[in-house]
Design a protein around this ligand. Sequence first.
Ligand SMILES: Nc1ncnc2c1ncn2[C@@H]1O[C@H](COP(=O)(O)OP(=O)(O)OP(=O)(O)O)[C@@H](O)[C@H]1O
Ligand SMILES: [Mg+2]
Length: 370
Amino acid sequence: MASERVNGTSRGSADSSPALPAGAHVLADRLPDGLIVTDGHAVVTEVNARACSIVGMPAEDLLGKDIREVLPLQDVDGRSWWECSDPWHGINIRSGHRERLLLLPGGDEALVSAKYVRPGRGKPVTAVVVALRDAHARRRLEANNSVLVATVAHELRSPLTSVKGFSSTLRRRWDQLEDQQKLWMIEAIEADADRVARLITELLDVSRIDSGRLQVRSQPVDLPAKIRAHVESLLTSGDYEQDRFQIEVEPDLPEVWADPDRVDQILANLLENALRHGEGAVRLGVSAGDGGEAIEVTVSDDGPGIEEEHHSVIFTRFWHSRPQGGTGLGLYIVRGLVEAHGGQISVGRAPSGGAEFRFTLPAGAPEQFA
Ligand SMILES: Nc1ncnc2c1ncn2[C@@H]1O[C@H](COP(=O)(O)OP(=O)(O)OP(=O)(O)O)[C@@H](O)[C@H]1O
Ligand SMILES: [Mg+2]
């Protein structure tokens, strides 16, 4: 049977009347899902571009053919889906099929649902609209989620094991322990409780970033002042000497609107990484970037740096190159926060060979304030 293309969607040109009204074809071809329509005799009358790419066949091989022959779908137990569902001859009040995971002829998986079109209740089916979705994305999501659950469970278990161990030792041997030993164990319990609390806070941020629920409350922010305040508070802690930090601020910086708490989080994470994973002096630079359209902040150190092959994965969840790393969520969150502000972050090498993180925040007020 001949076929014609209507704005990209292909449909049979024979006697069968198309189920999609004129104009719907343009929409059908823009759908992210595959769409195949058959007439009341299982003959394919329409197919959109996405369906062709999911089933791996050109429209010509489908149009005008019996869908049961050209697209023999099977359920996961190997049964023919068309035989099981039989839209054309089954009980005449059924209106379709909910989404199911089915096997395509080549062995690939697809999520398939169907709608049976009847001119009235109890009347024979005049068209079957089959929707196809690529199952890879869902499989990937499921795999990602199970890795997330396994990693979180693992990360929570080690501090909890130590909390349990120390508290039961304290309870059982309270009278034999010296005050100093008790104090040391209580401090360890406190540190582990902090670790769990931090992990939970990080996971909540990850979930907000992943679901697009991260809120940015913008206001004018003085980035050089923020950087100085962070360095000041690290110096006050007494753990670092003054010469560990160098701050370079260019004059005539553009005004930046950002969420001050989120900017603190970004700076704290990058500084902590430079101190924990890097070595030597930590340099913080602020300059105008992107021809004055953005402000650019660099944080670099003189440590071992990050291998080039890892540059593409360093911002992913749970990535860390060395055992002394933390949970590996810090940079994932930093990237999410920077991007939520409309900025960008990248990693490179400092002249000393250490790591150099560079992020930008767009200059000026966000649209609603402009
Ligand atoms: N300045 C740096 N120098 C060398 N390696 C770094 C630097 N910053 C980050 N890394 C590497 O990148 C990894 C991921 O960093 P990220 O901040 O995401 O996680 P983390 O610091 O290990 O844990 P946390 O979730 O507590 O931040 C680190 O474990 C480390 O291997
Ligand atoms: Mg970190």
